[in-house]
Design a protein around this ligand. Structure first.
Ligand code: NAP
Length: 367
Protein backbone atom coordinates (compact mmCIF):
# COMPACT_ATOMS: atom_id res chain seq x y z
CA UNK A 1 0.00 0.00 0.00
CA UNK A 2 1.03 3.63 -0.49
CA UNK A 3 2.61 5.78 2.22
CA UNK A 4 4.17 9.25 2.30
CA UNK A 5 7.62 9.01 3.87
CA UNK A 6 10.87 10.90 4.38
CA UNK A 7 14.47 9.75 4.64
CA UNK A 8 15.52 11.20 8.00
CA UNK A 9 18.74 13.19 7.74
CA UNK A 10 18.12 14.12 4.08
CA UNK A 11 16.45 17.53 3.58
CA UNK A 12 13.33 17.66 1.39
CA UNK A 13 13.25 13.88 0.97
CA UNK A 14 9.46 13.48 1.07
CA UNK A 15 8.41 10.70 -1.28
CA UNK A 16 5.81 8.06 -1.97
CA UNK A 17 6.71 4.59 -0.72
CA UNK A 18 5.21 1.16 -1.02
CA UNK A 19 4.87 -0.46 2.40
CA UNK A 20 3.27 -3.74 3.53
CA UNK A 21 -0.37 -3.82 4.60
CA UNK A 22 -0.44 -3.99 8.43
CA UNK A 23 -2.10 -6.89 10.19
CA UNK A 24 -3.74 -7.53 13.56
CA UNK A 25 -1.22 -10.38 14.01
CA UNK A 26 1.12 -7.70 15.36
CA UNK A 27 -0.91 -7.80 18.58
CA UNK A 28 -1.11 -11.43 19.82
CA UNK A 29 -2.91 -10.15 22.95
CA UNK A 30 -5.99 -9.67 20.75
CA UNK A 31 -6.08 -5.90 21.42
CA UNK A 32 -5.08 -4.70 17.96
CA UNK A 33 -7.24 -2.30 15.92
CA UNK A 34 -6.92 -1.99 12.13
CA UNK A 35 -7.83 1.51 10.95
CA UNK A 36 -8.55 2.68 7.40
CA UNK A 37 -7.06 6.16 7.12
CA UNK A 38 -9.48 8.81 5.84
CA UNK A 39 -7.58 12.04 6.50
CA UNK A 40 -4.23 13.17 7.92
CA UNK A 41 -3.33 16.70 9.03
CA UNK A 42 0.13 18.28 8.92
CA UNK A 43 1.78 20.99 10.99
CA UNK A 44 5.12 22.68 11.60
CA UNK A 45 6.59 19.43 12.97
CA UNK A 46 6.06 17.69 9.60
CA UNK A 47 7.80 20.60 7.90
CA UNK A 48 10.76 20.31 10.28
CA UNK A 49 10.95 16.55 9.70
CA UNK A 50 11.03 17.09 5.92
CA UNK A 51 13.70 19.76 6.48
CA UNK A 52 15.72 17.01 8.28
CA UNK A 53 15.78 19.08 11.48
CA UNK A 54 14.02 16.40 13.45
CA UNK A 55 12.80 12.81 13.29
CA UNK A 56 14.31 9.32 13.11
CA UNK A 57 13.34 6.10 11.34
CA UNK A 58 12.24 3.08 13.32
CA UNK A 59 15.21 0.76 14.02
CA UNK A 60 16.10 -1.25 10.90
CA UNK A 61 14.30 1.10 8.47
CA UNK A 62 15.78 3.90 6.36
CA UNK A 63 12.50 5.80 6.06
CA UNK A 64 9.90 7.35 8.35
CA UNK A 65 6.24 7.39 7.33
CA UNK A 66 4.93 10.90 8.07
CA UNK A 67 1.69 11.91 9.78
CA UNK A 68 0.73 12.27 13.44
CA UNK A 69 -2.74 13.88 13.09
CA UNK A 70 -4.97 10.99 12.09
CA UNK A 71 -8.63 10.49 11.34
CA UNK A 72 -9.91 7.10 10.23
CA UNK A 73 -12.55 4.42 10.46
CA UNK A 74 -12.15 1.08 12.20
CA UNK A 75 -11.85 -1.75 9.67
CA UNK A 76 -11.25 -4.73 11.98
CA UNK A 77 -10.63 -5.37 15.68
CA UNK A 78 -8.91 -8.13 17.64
CA UNK A 79 -11.01 -10.47 19.83
CA UNK A 80 -10.19 -8.66 23.09
CA UNK A 81 -10.97 -5.12 21.94
CA UNK A 82 -13.85 -3.55 23.87
CA UNK A 83 -13.57 0.22 23.29
CA UNK A 84 -14.21 0.41 19.55
CA UNK A 85 -15.86 -1.66 16.83
CA UNK A 86 -15.82 -1.86 13.03
CA UNK A 87 -17.24 1.32 11.53
CA UNK A 88 -16.33 3.66 14.42
CA UNK A 89 -14.54 6.90 13.62
CA UNK A 90 -11.25 7.11 15.47
CA UNK A 91 -8.01 8.98 15.92
CA UNK A 92 -4.84 7.74 17.62
CA UNK A 93 -2.51 9.28 20.18
CA UNK A 94 1.01 10.13 19.03
CA UNK A 95 3.47 9.21 21.75
CA UNK A 96 4.04 5.64 22.91
CA UNK A 97 5.40 4.65 26.32
CA UNK A 98 9.06 4.44 27.14
CA UNK A 99 10.28 2.94 30.40
CA UNK A 100 9.68 5.64 33.03
CA UNK A 101 7.09 5.40 35.78
CA UNK A 102 5.03 8.09 33.99
CA UNK A 103 5.04 6.00 30.81
CA UNK A 104 3.91 2.95 32.68
CA UNK A 105 0.84 4.60 34.25
CA UNK A 106 -0.50 5.93 30.94
CA UNK A 107 0.92 9.47 31.22
CA UNK A 108 3.50 8.92 28.47
CA UNK A 109 3.12 12.59 27.49
CA UNK A 110 4.98 13.30 30.77
CA UNK A 111 7.83 10.83 30.21
CA UNK A 112 11.00 11.53 32.14
CA UNK A 113 13.11 9.90 29.42
CA UNK A 114 15.01 11.91 26.79
CA UNK A 115 14.02 9.56 23.95
CA UNK A 116 10.50 10.02 22.64
CA UNK A 117 8.63 7.36 20.70
CA UNK A 118 6.16 9.27 18.55
CA UNK A 119 4.22 7.98 15.55
CA UNK A 120 5.14 9.91 12.42
CA UNK A 121 7.79 11.90 14.31
CA UNK A 122 10.42 9.82 16.03
CA UNK A 123 11.28 6.10 15.85
CA UNK A 124 7.74 5.00 14.92
CA UNK A 125 5.98 5.20 11.56
CA UNK A 126 3.07 7.62 11.20
CA UNK A 127 -0.40 7.58 9.76
CA UNK A 128 0.04 9.05 6.26
CA UNK A 129 -0.76 5.78 4.55
CA UNK A 130 -3.80 3.68 3.68
CA UNK A 131 -4.16 1.58 6.84
CA UNK A 132 -2.49 1.38 10.23
CA UNK A 133 -2.75 -0.90 13.24
CA UNK A 134 -2.34 0.04 16.86
CA UNK A 135 -3.25 -1.21 20.27
CA UNK A 136 -6.68 -0.32 21.62
CA UNK A 137 -5.15 1.77 24.44
CA UNK A 138 -3.93 4.36 21.91
CA UNK A 139 -7.08 4.52 19.80
CA UNK A 140 -9.61 7.23 20.66
CA UNK A 141 -13.22 7.09 19.47
CA UNK A 142 -14.68 10.15 17.74
CA UNK A 143 -18.46 10.73 17.87
CA UNK A 144 -19.98 10.55 14.35
CA UNK A 145 -21.41 14.04 14.86
CA UNK A 146 -17.86 15.42 14.99
CA UNK A 147 -16.51 13.79 11.85
CA UNK A 148 -16.52 17.17 10.08
CA UNK A 149 -13.74 18.24 12.52
CA UNK A 150 -11.66 15.11 11.68
CA UNK A 151 -7.93 16.02 11.91
CA UNK A 152 -8.42 18.62 14.65
CA UNK A 153 -8.52 15.94 17.36
CA UNK A 154 -4.72 15.81 17.79
CA UNK A 155 -4.01 19.57 17.93
CA UNK A 156 -7.06 19.92 20.19
CA UNK A 157 -5.60 17.32 22.56
CA UNK A 158 -2.47 19.50 22.95
CA UNK A 159 -4.55 22.63 23.66
CA UNK A 160 -6.77 20.70 26.07
CA UNK A 161 -3.72 19.38 27.91
CA UNK A 162 -2.10 22.84 28.16
CA UNK A 163 -5.21 24.35 29.77
CA UNK A 164 -5.97 21.30 31.91
CA UNK A 165 -2.40 21.35 33.26
CA UNK A 166 -2.74 25.04 34.14
CA UNK A 167 -5.89 24.38 36.15
CA UNK A 168 -4.25 21.35 37.74
CA UNK A 169 -1.21 23.28 39.01
CA UNK A 170 -3.36 26.19 40.12
CA UNK A 171 -4.95 23.94 42.72
CA UNK A 172 -2.02 25.31 44.75
CA UNK A 173 -4.23 28.43 45.18
CA UNK A 174 -7.01 26.43 46.94
CA UNK A 175 -9.51 28.82 45.36
CA UNK A 176 -8.60 30.01 41.86
CA UNK A 177 -11.25 31.90 39.92
CA UNK A 178 -9.50 33.10 36.75
CA UNK A 179 -11.42 35.71 34.80
CA UNK A 180 -9.14 36.98 32.04
CA UNK A 181 -7.06 34.83 29.68
CA UNK A 182 -4.67 35.87 26.96
CA UNK A 183 -3.81 33.48 24.18
CA UNK A 184 -0.67 34.50 22.33
CA UNK A 185 -1.06 33.33 18.72
CA UNK A 186 -4.10 32.66 16.55
CA UNK A 187 -2.84 29.57 14.72
CA UNK A 188 -4.54 26.21 15.24
CA UNK A 189 -3.10 25.81 18.77
CA UNK A 190 -4.01 29.37 19.77
CA UNK A 191 -7.55 29.10 18.40
CA UNK A 192 -8.19 25.71 20.00
CA UNK A 193 -6.79 27.02 23.31
CA UNK A 194 -9.16 29.98 22.93
CA UNK A 195 -12.03 27.51 22.61
CA UNK A 196 -11.18 25.50 25.69
CA UNK A 197 -10.66 28.66 27.79
CA UNK A 198 -13.97 30.12 26.60
CA UNK A 199 -15.72 26.89 27.59
CA UNK A 200 -14.31 27.36 31.10
CA UNK A 201 -16.04 30.73 31.26
CA UNK A 202 -13.07 33.05 30.84
CA UNK A 203 -12.95 36.36 29.03
CA UNK A 204 -10.41 35.50 26.32
CA UNK A 205 -8.17 37.82 24.30
CA UNK A 206 -6.50 36.09 21.37
CA UNK A 207 -3.45 38.00 20.21
CA UNK A 208 -1.63 37.81 16.86
CA UNK A 209 0.16 40.21 14.51
CA UNK A 210 -2.13 40.54 11.49
CA UNK A 211 -4.87 43.17 11.61
CA UNK A 212 -8.51 42.16 11.27
CA UNK A 213 -10.49 41.46 9.15
CA UNK A 214 -9.04 37.99 8.65
CA UNK A 215 -10.14 34.39 9.01
CA UNK A 216 -8.28 34.14 12.33
CA UNK A 217 -10.12 37.19 13.67
CA UNK A 218 -13.43 35.82 12.35
CA UNK A 219 -12.93 32.45 14.10
CA UNK A 220 -11.85 34.18 17.33
CA UNK A 221 -14.88 36.46 17.35
CA UNK A 222 -17.09 33.52 16.33
CA UNK A 223 -16.11 31.89 19.65
CA UNK A 224 -17.05 35.11 21.47
CA UNK A 225 -13.41 35.89 22.27
CA UNK A 226 -11.69 39.19 21.40
CA UNK A 227 -9.10 39.32 18.62
CA UNK A 228 -6.17 41.69 19.18
CA UNK A 229 -3.61 42.60 16.51
CA UNK A 230 -0.29 43.75 17.96
CA UNK A 231 0.06 45.93 14.85
CA UNK A 232 -2.98 47.91 15.94
CA UNK A 233 -2.84 47.80 19.70
CA UNK A 234 -0.07 47.55 22.29
CA UNK A 235 -0.28 44.97 25.04
CA UNK A 236 0.28 47.77 27.57
CA UNK A 237 -2.97 49.36 26.31
CA UNK A 238 -4.74 46.04 26.67
CA UNK A 239 -3.53 45.68 30.27
CA UNK A 240 -4.75 49.21 31.00
CA UNK A 241 -8.20 48.19 29.78
CA UNK A 242 -8.61 44.66 31.15
CA UNK A 243 -6.00 44.35 33.91
CA UNK A 244 -3.30 41.68 33.79
CA UNK A 245 -4.51 38.23 32.74
CA UNK A 246 -4.85 35.35 35.22
CA UNK A 247 -3.63 32.89 32.60
CA UNK A 248 -1.61 33.25 29.41
CA UNK A 249 -1.31 30.40 26.91
CA UNK A 250 1.61 31.11 24.59
CA UNK A 251 1.39 29.52 21.11
CA UNK A 252 3.14 31.85 18.64
CA UNK A 253 6.17 29.68 17.85
CA UNK A 254 8.32 32.58 19.13
CA UNK A 255 10.47 32.27 22.27
CA UNK A 256 10.70 36.07 22.29
CA UNK A 257 6.94 36.33 22.77
CA UNK A 258 7.07 33.50 25.30
CA UNK A 259 9.47 35.45 27.51
CA UNK A 260 7.95 38.90 26.76
CA UNK A 261 4.63 37.46 27.98
CA UNK A 262 6.13 37.26 31.48
CA UNK A 263 5.74 41.05 31.73
CA UNK A 264 1.98 40.89 31.51
CA UNK A 265 0.86 38.01 33.76
CA UNK A 266 -1.30 38.91 36.77
CA UNK A 267 -0.75 38.06 40.46
CA UNK A 268 -0.94 34.34 41.29
CA UNK A 269 -1.27 33.67 37.56
CA UNK A 270 0.08 30.93 35.31
CA UNK A 271 1.91 31.28 32.00
CA UNK A 272 1.73 28.13 29.84
CA UNK A 273 4.39 27.76 27.16
CA UNK A 274 3.59 25.51 24.19
CA UNK A 275 5.76 26.83 21.33
CA UNK A 276 8.36 24.48 19.88
CA UNK A 277 11.35 26.70 19.09
CA UNK A 278 14.17 24.88 17.33
CA UNK A 279 16.54 27.74 16.47
CA UNK A 280 18.94 29.80 18.60
CA UNK A 281 17.26 33.18 19.16
CA UNK A 282 18.67 35.55 21.80
CA UNK A 283 16.59 38.32 23.37
CA UNK A 284 17.17 41.04 25.97
CA UNK A 285 14.64 41.50 28.80
CA UNK A 286 14.27 43.62 31.98
CA UNK A 287 15.06 40.59 34.10
CA UNK A 288 15.25 42.28 37.54
CA UNK A 289 11.83 43.83 37.04
CA UNK A 290 10.26 40.60 35.81
CA UNK A 291 11.94 38.55 38.52
CA UNK A 292 10.72 40.67 41.40
CA UNK A 293 7.20 40.83 39.99
CA UNK A 294 7.14 37.04 39.65
CA UNK A 295 8.50 36.41 43.14
CA UNK A 296 6.24 38.94 44.86
CA UNK A 297 3.30 37.84 42.71
CA UNK A 298 3.59 34.07 43.29
CA UNK A 299 3.47 33.49 39.53
CA UNK A 300 3.96 30.15 37.82
CA UNK A 301 5.64 29.13 34.54
CA UNK A 302 4.49 25.85 32.98
CA UNK A 303 5.62 23.99 29.86
CA UNK A 304 3.18 21.64 28.13
CA UNK A 305 3.70 19.26 25.25
CA UNK A 306 1.92 16.36 23.58
CA UNK A 307 -1.11 14.62 25.10
CA UNK A 308 -2.29 11.25 26.34
CA UNK A 309 -5.61 9.60 25.60
CA UNK A 310 -7.34 11.40 28.50
CA UNK A 311 -6.47 14.75 26.89
CA UNK A 312 -7.76 13.50 23.53
CA UNK A 313 -11.03 12.55 25.19
CA UNK A 314 -11.25 15.89 27.03
CA UNK A 315 -10.44 17.74 23.80
CA UNK A 316 -13.12 15.84 21.89
CA UNK A 317 -15.68 16.82 24.54
CA UNK A 318 -14.62 20.47 24.20
CA UNK A 319 -14.92 20.26 20.41
CA UNK A 320 -18.39 18.77 20.76
CA UNK A 321 -19.58 21.47 23.16
CA UNK A 322 -17.82 24.20 21.18
CA UNK A 323 -19.44 23.01 17.96
CA UNK A 324 -22.85 23.31 19.60
CA UNK A 325 -22.18 26.66 21.24
CA UNK A 326 -20.48 28.22 18.20
CA UNK A 327 -22.04 26.46 15.19
CA UNK A 328 -19.96 26.31 11.97
CA UNK A 329 -17.04 28.18 13.55
CA UNK A 330 -14.45 25.56 14.53
CA UNK A 331 -14.53 23.86 11.13
CA UNK A 332 -13.23 27.09 9.55
CA UNK A 333 -9.80 26.13 10.95
CA UNK A 334 -9.71 23.33 8.34
CA UNK A 335 -8.57 25.57 5.51
CA UNK A 336 -6.50 23.64 2.96
CA UNK A 337 -7.37 20.09 1.83
CA UNK A 338 -5.30 18.10 -0.66
CA UNK A 339 -6.76 15.03 -2.35
CA UNK A 340 -4.90 11.73 -2.37
CA UNK A 341 -1.55 10.38 -1.16
CA UNK A 342 -0.14 10.90 -4.69
CA UNK A 343 -0.48 14.65 -4.11
CA UNK A 344 2.05 14.75 -1.26
CA UNK A 345 4.17 17.43 -2.99
CA UNK A 346 1.21 19.81 -3.00
CA UNK A 347 0.60 19.03 0.67
CA UNK A 348 4.17 20.05 1.54
CA UNK A 349 4.02 23.09 -0.75
CA UNK A 350 0.90 24.39 1.02
CA UNK A 351 2.44 23.67 4.42
CA UNK A 352 5.59 25.63 3.55
CA UNK A 353 4.30 28.41 1.29
CA UNK A 354 0.65 29.13 2.07
CA UNK A 355 0.96 31.70 4.84
CA UNK A 356 -2.80 32.10 5.25
CA UNK A 357 -3.34 28.36 5.85
CA UNK A 358 -4.55 27.40 9.30
CA UNK A 359 -4.73 23.67 8.75
CA UNK A 360 -3.40 21.80 5.74
CA UNK A 361 -4.61 18.20 5.51
CA UNK A 362 -4.81 15.28 3.12
CA UNK A 363 -8.00 13.50 2.10
CA UNK A 364 -6.51 10.01 1.92
CA UNK A 365 -9.64 7.98 1.14
CA UNK A 366 -13.42 8.03 1.17
CA UNK A 367 -15.25 5.83 3.65
N1 NAP B 1 3.24 21.98 22.94
C1 NAP B 1 2.51 21.24 22.12
O1 NAP B 1 1.97 20.19 22.49
C2 NAP B 1 2.38 21.67 20.69
C3 NAP B 1 1.59 20.95 19.77
C4 NAP B 1 1.49 21.42 18.46
C5 NAP B 1 2.17 22.57 18.09
N2 NAP B 1 2.95 23.22 19.01
C6 NAP B 1 3.67 24.46 18.71
O2 NAP B 1 2.79 25.53 18.98
C7 NAP B 1 3.20 26.68 18.22
C8 NAP B 1 1.99 27.24 17.51
O3 NAP B 1 1.56 26.33 16.52
P1 NAP B 1 0.50 26.76 15.41
O4 NAP B 1 0.43 25.64 14.45
O5 NAP B 1 -0.75 27.22 16.08
O6 NAP B 1 1.30 28.00 14.78
P2 NAP B 1 0.98 29.00 13.59
O7 NAP B 1 -0.14 28.48 12.76
O8 NAP B 1 2.28 29.33 12.98
O9 NAP B 1 0.42 30.31 14.33
C9 NAP B 1 1.24 31.18 15.04
C10 NAP B 1 0.42 32.35 15.50
O10 NAP B 1 1.24 33.17 16.33
C11 NAP B 1 1.19 34.51 15.86
N3 NAP B 1 2.49 35.13 16.07
C12 NAP B 1 3.70 34.73 15.60
N4 NAP B 1 4.66 35.61 15.99
C13 NAP B 1 4.03 36.57 16.70
C14 NAP B 1 4.47 37.75 17.32
N5 NAP B 1 5.75 38.12 17.30
N6 NAP B 1 3.54 38.53 17.96
C15 NAP B 1 2.24 38.17 17.99
N7 NAP B 1 1.77 37.04 17.39
C16 NAP B 1 2.65 36.27 16.76
C17 NAP B 1 0.86 34.42 14.39
O11 NAP B 1 0.31 35.67 14.03
P3 NAP B 1 -0.24 36.02 12.56
O12 NAP B 1 -1.47 35.20 12.44
O13 NAP B 1 -0.56 37.46 12.63
O14 NAP B 1 0.85 35.64 11.62
C18 NAP B 1 -0.11 33.24 14.37
O15 NAP B 1 -1.42 33.68 14.66
C19 NAP B 1 4.31 26.17 17.30
O16 NAP B 1 5.56 26.48 17.86
C20 NAP B 1 4.10 24.67 17.28
O17 NAP B 1 5.28 23.97 16.98
C21 NAP B 1 3.04 22.79 20.28
Amino acid sequence: MKAVAVTPGTPNSVHLKDIPMPSLDKYPNGKGVLVKVLKVGVDATDKEINDALYGNSPPGDDHLVLGHESFGIVEEVGPNVTKVKKGDYVTATVRRPGGSIYDQIGTYDMTSEETYYERGINLLHGYMTEYFVDEEDYIVKIPPGLKHLHVLMEPMSCAAKAVQQAFEVQRRMKVWRPKVAWVMGAGQIGLLSTLTLKLRGLQVYTIARSPAPSLKAEITEGMEATYISTKERSLEDLVAETGKPDIIVEATGSSVIAFESMKYLGLNGVLVLTSITGSDTKHELPTDKINIEWVLGNKLLLGSVNANSEHFEAGIKDLALGDVMFPNVIQKILTNPVDGLDNYQELIRLLVEEKSALKVYMNVADE
